[in-house]
Design a binder for this molecule. Structure first.
Ligand code: ACO
Length: 331
């Protein structure tokens, strides 16, 4: 069974309510129908019911039984606006602004999750990553034990000798452009947790990546990763984590053994933490486009799961992301 098939089976075992704020978007409507039919989650579409029904008719999909909420007319909108005002007044949001903001399906959906009227949210088929992330960061906020929100990409590679039967976790490839050493350490800890929850790894083995292995090069950028390793050991002393190390030293047993002798991670890493967003984002795209990996992105560190889609996403991508969100909501 592939990783995503395992995730789907787990999602079905305990149905969660997942909000789709881009409710009248054509791929989202089709995905909602599949999610409902397969019992992966209980999808909630945000938008105008007539518009959503028209889209469903046009593409000939059945949305019977799927909950729809319209921020323009739903009686809950006023309560959500009041709560939003309370949460953001210190940041300059007044009551009139909150009423306006809640008409935005993204903020409406986020408030549903915040107020525990939904278990998670998936968006980004239309919104940019920044526009999807900002409401989640502002309102859902970071888990108390986490310093920041970040992301993991679950990379299912054709070469089954890599990682855990071809499965690798890459972080952070979406959120934090220039993490500090402390932030990198928290990204590593959050990624190990994602590897446990979504990939079923019993033993996450985290490599902190660099262009240097164990002091082979001297540079401020290398020192930052070395510092991150130290901080991560303090935050999570039981986690198998090592670095700094190069990509090949992390993955190839022979190279790991020669460049990082005695490392518990080198040559057998299954979680790879990149030193910044440029490296992480480029790295996952190379693995996908040249390496032929299937990749699945999730956000980590939020109090409640909210996940981003690519604007080029397929219906399957939305279905898969909803299943992963449902599993994250199970905890
Ligand atoms: N974790 C937790 N909270 C955060 C984080 C974080 N990593 N980053 C920002 N915040 C919070 C801030 O504290 C702030 O909260 P507050 O308003 O309550 O004080 C709020 O989020 C907004 O912070 P800003 O700094 O104003 O956020 P900004 O909008 O400038 O940027 C963002 C945040 C959107 C995450 C930005 O870092 C970003 O654009 N990242 C890159 C996204 C991207 O383009 N990724 C690559 C493409 S995706 C792909 O290829 C799959």
């Amino acid at each position: 069974m592939s990783m995503i098939e395992m995730v789907k089976a787990k999602a079905k075992s305990c149905t969660k309510n997942i909000v789709l704020p881009e409710g009248d978007e054509v791929r989202t409507v089709e995905a909602a129908s599949i999610i409902k039919k397969e019992g992966l989650a209980n999808p909630i579409l945000i938008g105008n019911p007539d518009k959503i029904a028209a889209v469903a008719k046009e593409i000939n999909v059945d949305i019977t039984g799927i909950e729809i909420q319209d921020p323009e007319t739903d009686s809950k909108a006023e309560r959500y606006a009041n709560e939003l005002y309370e949460l953001r007044k210190a940041k300059g949001v007044d009551e009139a602004k909150a009423k306006e903001m809640i008409k935005d399906p993204m903020y409406y959906g986020i408030m549903m999750v915040k107020l525990e009227e939904a278990d998670g949210l998936v968006s980004g088929a239309v919104h940019t990553t920044g526009d999807m992330l900002r409401p989640a960061l502002q309102i859902i906020k970071t888990k108390p034990e986490m310093k920041l929100v970040s992301s993991s990409f679950l990379m299912d590679c054709p070469n089954k000798e890599l990682g855990e039967n071809g499965l690798l976790v890459y972080a952070d490839c979406v959120v934090n452009p220039c993490p500090t050493a402390e932030e990198l350490a928290y990204i590593a800890v959050a990624s190990a947790e994602t590897a446990r929850v979504l990939c079923g790894f019993d033993e996450p083995r985290v490599a902190m990546l660099s262009f240097s292995t164990k002091g082979s090069a001297k540079h401020d950028l290398v020192s930052k990763v070395q510092e991150a390793v130290e901080i991560a050991h303090n935050i999570a002393p039981d986690l198998l984590l090592d670095g700094e190390m190069q990509f090949d030293a992390a993955l190839v047993p022979k190279i790991g053994a020669s460049k990082a002798k005695g490392s518990p991670v080198a040559g057998r890493a299954n979680v790879l933490v990149f030193p910044d967003l440029q490296a992480g984002n480029i790295g996952y795209k190379i693995t996908e486009r040249i390496g032929g990996a299937d990749c699945f992105a999730v956000l980590q560190g939020l109090k409640k799961p909210c996940n981003d889609l690519s604007r080029g996403c397929s219906v399957d991508d939305i279905v898969n992301t909803v299943a992963m969100t449902a599993v994250q909501a199970q905890g």
